[in-house]
Ligand binder design. Sequence first.
Ligand code: DAH
Length: 358
Amino acid sequence: MSDIENLERDLIAKVDAADDEAAVEAVRVAALGKKGAVSERMKTLGKMSPEERKEMGPALNGLKTRVAAAIEAKKAALEEIALEARLASEKVDVTLPIKPVSNGKIHPVSQVFEEMIAIFSAMGFDVAEGPDIEDDFHNFTALNFPADHPAREMHDTFFFEPKEDDSRMLLRTHTSPVQIRTMMTQKPPIRIIIPGRTFRCDSDQTHTPMFHQVEGLVIDKQTHMGHLKGTLEAFAKAFFEVDNVKTRFRPHFFPFTEPSAEMDIGYERVGNEIRMGEGEKWMEILGCGMVHANVLKHCGLDPDEYQGFAFGMGVDRLAMLKYGIPDLRDFFAADARWLEHYGFDPLDQPNLATGLSR
Ligand code: DAH
């Protein structure tokens, strides 16, 4: 009996001392393996007398069960320790600051849209949008382009296939149709800018079939040309980020405004650089005017009660001028190196308080 007790004490001590899985396994083989100490003793049961076996059988079975349980418990404990160690070594401190990563860049057109929205929203304008696919009424007729008027030819329009009633949808040639959509659904006072894509069949260094415009519209009871000039001059200063901008309004023709004008701003060329604001040269940057009475009437507004101004400008061209980008076609070439060079940091949101561009 004491032999069995000694063996048990010895085996349990070995299990306790084992400090890795391999050591536990070695103890298991030495005790419970085919030729292990416990197994060898079990084999002797067959040769015993029935009385002896009655006594030794349960004793040896008890020994085997307890040693096996001790081994299993030790294995589980070691696995637990290994798991704890792995979790500790893989711990991540989510409160640490991130490593600098390349964020991608904001396209100059998106940047300039954001800059314009920042400038005009500070003056109390809302942003309005409309569909790229328009009908003839919103793109032309309501804007006072008479049927067959040559002004329609000014826009090299992309038309869709004629419908059953012979009418054709088109890709809007300017953002002006959103003026119509807004005046037909909102009561004045209206103060909106309309950023968006526009389309004309044209392509060279300064024209692409798809380009971008920002349109402006203000309708109220007493809005006049002085408000128009003040608004656009404030815009030009803020946009080019200079204290003074020389502007000049030249008479022009647009069907949807009367009178109509183009606004030029002064600039000078210093070496390869174009400096906007001062100088002896003039550059045209937008079209504008007082909304034509016929346009108001088409939208159900009484021209004796309401009046206002509108303007429209090419965003791509303004982006080229402000950021010195020579070829418009590169804007749409989806070249990652170009974007890396001319693009903007997405974390720098344009705003008037900290600066539009950095
Ligand atoms: N729609 C004109 C164009 O694309 C630009 C324009 C000129 C818009 C004068 C206006 C405006 O609202 O008053 O050429």
